[in-house]
Design a binder for this molecule. Structure first.
Ligand code: HEC
Ligand code: HEC
Length: 91
């Protein structure tokens, strides 16, 4: 079988679809909330209350302008946990 221009178009189409799927399913790049000493209480709160909104209330005790300013280019910062996922921890 001869490979004509239409076949190449088809191959290109498949490639494009694949690229889109891969880019959507790719790992989210926003940093996760570390599972360390500072963040242990947050994981504890989430486990106890099951509420991300409750958990987020503690974030700004440390992540505020005075102690640990967020990067200057940080996006609007209400609802931390929409963007910064908690790591999965065994219950
Ligand atoms: C007790 C203070 C404290 C609290 C409360 C706290 N953090 Fe942090 N956070 C830190 C410190 C210190 C670091 C930097 C060192 C580290 O990784 O622990 C940090 C780092 C981070 C980082 C960057 C991690 C990285 O990979 O660079 C993210 C994201 C973060 N915190 C999110 C949160 C969120 C969301 C909450 C609320 C659920 C929160 N933090 C509550 C002290 C705190
Ligand atoms: C709209 C999404 C969004 C929300 C809401 C958000 N962040 Fe971020 N945050 C980002 C992005 C994007 C970055 C850039 C660096 C990265 O984490 O990949 C960032 C960076 C950070 C960093 C610095 C990480 C480093 O590189 O050391 C910290 C700490 C942090 N955020 C904490 C918070 C806290 C605390 C809140 C809630 C008060 C919050 N963020 C809410 C998207 C968000």
């Amino acid at each position: 079988m001869k490979i004509g221009p239409k076949d190449w178009l088809f191959v290109a189409l498949i490639g494009a679809v694949l690229a889109v799927v891969l880019s959507i399913s790719g790992e989210e790049k926003t940093k996760k909330v570390p599972f360390d000493e500072s963040h242990q209480p947050a994981y504890e709160t989430l486990r106890k209350t099951g509420s991300k909104i409750e958990t987020e209330k503690g974030c700004e005790d440390c992540h505020n302008q005075a102690t640990r300013p967020l990067p200057a280019a940080h996006p609007p910062k209400n609802r931390c946990l929409f963007c910064h996922k908690m790591k999965r921890v065994a219950p």
